[in-house]
Design a protein around this ligand. Structure first.
Ligand code: PMV
Length: 360
């Protein structure tokens, strides 16, 4: 499938060498993407909060070459990472038709994350989106006629081909990816900014990430998505995601935080229920994940505060809460939840506006 809108016309300028740089954030899905079709097309729509503090910073240095094929090296915190190369090579192969200059340069990709290395936080969304943005910025230098809107759209389109959820990291603060009847402009190909009214109670919404288990992922998301192909509950799950998207539209309009909590926690537990009921099955939550969830439920019942949790495909817990309740909830997190984290590590984040170009 070639999407002609993103295939460029012949470039106007020639560049021999240079560098571009971008910082791009992580995002946390409220309605989860789990299951995909060919060409990185999601099996259901998803919606996410863009984060502010958890980011990848990437510098892309390029130099003209005459040899054939792709040529690149990757560094994380200044150390060469040959194990990242297969994933990036696959990314380049998928996007070459949209960026024909890819074989004309040797690239040096230098990247670092603001969150602790191997914290169990997925760096693929921030990492792939940062790389996609650098590549589109280089393309813009070869062909200056590109509106900001198209720049972001192409970056999201390319990022998706690197890692699905990466297409939701270009802009903020609320991003929809995947076609949904009741969200105008929604698309399987790119993430778009949520186009409707959002109640002010969601302004500066907070996400404290509790690092329960910083180990390697037990199951890659590629394997996880594939397990949905023959999952006995797949169709019901995909239908449920659409229903939850509709319910969230109403929540964002009215600011009904109790309904928000119920949808978001159900989505998180459904994601894990899908993993626990696939063949083969996986259990990615740890005892401390459950300790934290139970304590959140008890605290919420006792105080009436609007604290809730969501999970990624791992044991870490994202604790979500509105800004006006942040003082009490942050105190509770520090005194009662942080003890369940590995080395008591956690990250305080809030909603962010998306990626930014870095001047170098
Ligand atoms: O982008 P991927 O292929 O790593 O998949 C991410 C899937 C989840 O993080 C579990 C859910 C989501 O929508 O982000």
């Amino acid at each position: 499938m070639i999407v002609s809108e993103f295939v460029p016309k012949p470039y106007k300028f020639i560049l021999d060498s240079g560098s571009v740089a971008y910082s791009s954030p992580s995002n946390i899905a409220l309605v989860k993407y789990w299951g995909k079709k060919a060409n990185q097309i999601p099996a259901n729509p998803s919606i996410s909060f863009t984060l502010n503090n958890c980011k990848t910073l990437t510098t892309l240095k390029f130099e003209k070459k005459t040899t054939k094929g792709f040529s690149f090296e990757v560094f994380l915190d200044g150390i060469i990472q040959n194990e990242f190369k297969p994933k990036i090579k696959q990314f380049f192969e998928r996007i070459e038709v949209y960026l024909p200059f890819l074989t004309s340069y040797h690239f040096k990709i230098e990247t670092s994350n603001t969150f602790p290395h191997s914290s169990g936080i997925a760096s693929s969304a921030s990492g792939m989106s940062a790389l996609a943005l650098c590549l589109v910025q280089l393309e813009q230098r070869l062909n200056l006629e590109m509106t900001k809107g198209f720049f972001n759209k192409k970056a999201s389109f390319l990022a998706r081909l690197g890692s699905g959820s990466a297409c939701r990291s270009i802009e903020g603060t609320l991003i929809v990816w995947g076609s949904h009847t009741n969200i105008i402009g929604s698309s399987d190909l790119v993430g778009i900014k949520y186009p409707y009214k959002v109640h002010p109670c969601f302004n500066n919404f907070c996400d404290t990430i509790l690092l329960v288990d910083k180990g390697e992922k037990q199951v890659s998301s590629t394997v996880g998505h594939d397990l949905m192909y023959r999952h006995p509950f797949a169709e019901q799950r995909f239908a449920q995601a659409h229903t939850n998207m509709d319910a969230l539209i109403e929540v964002f309009k009215t600011g009904n935080l109790s309904a928000f909590i119920s949808i978001v926690e159900r989505e998180a537990l459904t994601l894990h229920a899908m993993m626990m009921s696939s063949d083969p099955y996986f259990m990615l939550m740890k005892p401390n994940t459950l300790e934290i969830i139970n304590k959140i439920w008890v605290f919420r019942k006792k105080t009436g505060l609007h604290i809730c949790f969501t999970l990624d495909a791992g044991a870490n817990v994202h604790v979500l809460f509105p800004e006006n309740e942040a003082n009490e909830i942050r105190e509770f997190i520090k005194t009662s939840l942080v003890m369940h984290c590995q080395n008591e590590q956690f990250i305080e984040d809030i909603l962010g506006e998306g990626a930014q170009s870095i001047k170098i």
